[in-house]
Design a protein around this ligand. Structure first.
Ligand code: PMV
Length: 334
C-alpha cells in the first residue's frame, strides 16, 4: 500500500467494567482502568488519504459531508497524526459505520480506532499496538480498546505523558468463542443525550458519588480478570451489571443529573432480571444512552434476544459475537 492512503476496519466494543472519568482531560487519560468486549456486529471502515492538492481536511461520514463538529474533532485528531509523522498535508477521510440500525449506538470507539490505524498508515507511520492504542485513546477513551479483539483491558497508567495508558488483549479464546452480547436498542422520542466527554467531566465535578465510583473500579477490574481467566461467565456477568449500575448511579447523582435511562431502559433491565431468574445467562450493561446490552452465551443468546425484542419500547435487537482487532483492508480503487 502506498504511503499516502490507507483503509482500516475496527469493531466497536462494550465495556464490562466501565470507563467513566479522566485524570487528564487534555491528554484524554482515564482516571481508572476498564475492561471490554470487542463486538463483531458493529464496525467502522475508514479511508484516509493525505493529498497536498487539498485546500484543507475534509470528511464524509456515511456518504454525506460530515457535520462541522465531527470534522473539527477529526481534524484535531489528524493534527496529532501529522505531528507524529512530521507532515502538514491535508487529508480526506471517508468513513462508514456498519451498524445494524441508524439508532444512537455509540460509534466513537470503532470510529477513532479505524481512524487511528488508517491515518497513521496513510501518513507513513507503522505504529505497534501500544502506540496505536494510545493514539486512538486521544480521540476517544473507549477507542483505545477497539485496537484489540475479544476481551480487552485498558490501563489508566500513572505517567503524566500517558505512555502507559493503553489497552491490552486479555486472552481467553474459549470464553470469547461462547460469549454473546445482545444489543437491545431503545428508541422513540429519546431526548438528546449528554456526550460522554462532557458528562463524565460534569459528573466528576458535581456528583457526590463520583469518588465512590472510582474506588470500586480497581476491585471490579481485578475480579473481572479473574472471572475471565476462570472462564466464569456468571461471575463476569454479575460484575458487568454491577459496574454499569455503579457508573450510572454516579452519573444520575450529578447536579444537574446525567440520566440516560428511559422507561424502556428500566423495562429492559427488568426483562434481564426475569431471564436470569428463569435460569438464562443474561446480565445488563448500559452506556451513555438509553440502550441495554445483555451479556449472554451461545446457548441462551437466541432466547435472550427474543425476550428483549418482546420488551415494550425496545426497537431493534442484534446478537453480536466477540470481534477481532482493528485491521488494514486492501486498498480500494480510487
Ligand atoms: O470513549 P468515550 O469518551 O466515548 O467514553 C465511553 C464511556 C462509556 O461508553 C460510557 C463507558 C466505556 O467504558 O465505554
Amino acid at each position: 500500500m502506498s504511503g499516502d492512503a490507507a483503509t482500516a476496519r475496527a469493531c466497536a466494543n462494550i465495556a464490562l467494567v466501565k470507563y467513566w472519568g479522566k485524570r487528564d482531560a487534555a491528554r484524554n487519560l482515564p482516571a481508572a482502568g476498564s475492561l471490554s468486549l470487542t463486538l463483531d456486529a458493529l464496525t467502522t471502515v475508514t479511508t484516509v488519504r493525505f493529498d497536498p492538492a487539498l485546500p484543507a481536511d475534509r470528511m464524509r461520514l456515511g456518504g454525506e459531508v460530515a457535520a462541522p463538529e465531527v470534522l473539527a474533532r477529526t481534524r484535531a485528531f489528524l493534527d496529532r497524526v501529522r505531528a507524529l509523522a512530521g507532515i502538514t498535508t491535508p487529508a480526506s477521510v471517508e468513513s462508514h459505520n456498519h451498524f445494524p440500525t441508524a439508532s444512537g449506538l455509540a460509534s466513537s470507539a470503532s470510529g477513532f480506532a479505524a481512524l487511528a490505524l488508517a491515518a497513521s498508515r496513510a501518513a507513513g507511520l507503522d505504529l505497534d499496538d501500544a502506540a496505536l492504542s494510545r493514539l486512538a485513546r486521544e480521540g476517544s477513551g473507549s477507542a483505545a480498546r477497539s485496537i484489540h479483539g475479544g476481551f480487552v483491558r485498558m490501563d489508566a497508567g500513572v505517567r503524566d505523558d500517558g505512555l502507559d495508558a493503553y489497552a491490552h488483549p486479555v486472552a481467553a479464546p474459549a470464553l470469547a468463542a461462547r460469549v454473546r452480547m445482545i444489543v437491545a436498542e431503545v428508541g422513540g422520542g429519546a431526548p438528546k443525550t449528554h456526550g460522554s466527554r462532557d458528562a463524565m467531566e460534569h459528573c466528576a465535578r458535581t456528583s457526590p458519588l463520583y469518588d465512590g465510583w472510582l474506588a470500586v473500579v480497581p476491585r471490579d477490574l481485578a475480579a473481572a480478570e479473574a472471572a475471565i481467566a476462570a472462564g466464569d461467565l456468571e461471575a463476569l456477568g454479575e460484575l458487568t451489571e454491577g459496574s454499569a449500575l455503579a457508573m450510572h448511579a454516579a452519573a444520575i447523582a450529578s447536579r444537574p443529573t446525567v440520566l440516560y435511562w428511559q422507561p424502556a431502559t428500566l423495562a429492559a433491565l427488568a426483562q434481564v432480571r426475569a431471564l436470569r431468574a428463569a435460569g438464562r445467562a443474561a446480565w445488563a450493561t448500559m452506556d451513555a444512552g438509553p440502550h441495554v446490552k445483555v451479556l449472554s452465551d451461545e446457548r441462551d443468546a437466541d432466547a435472550v434476544a427474543r425476550a428483549m425484542a418482546g420488551t415494550e419500547g425496545v426497537t431493534a435487537v442484534t446478537i453480536a459475537r466477540a470481534g477481532g482487532p482493528a485491521e488494514l483492508l486492501p486498498r480500494t480503487a480510487p
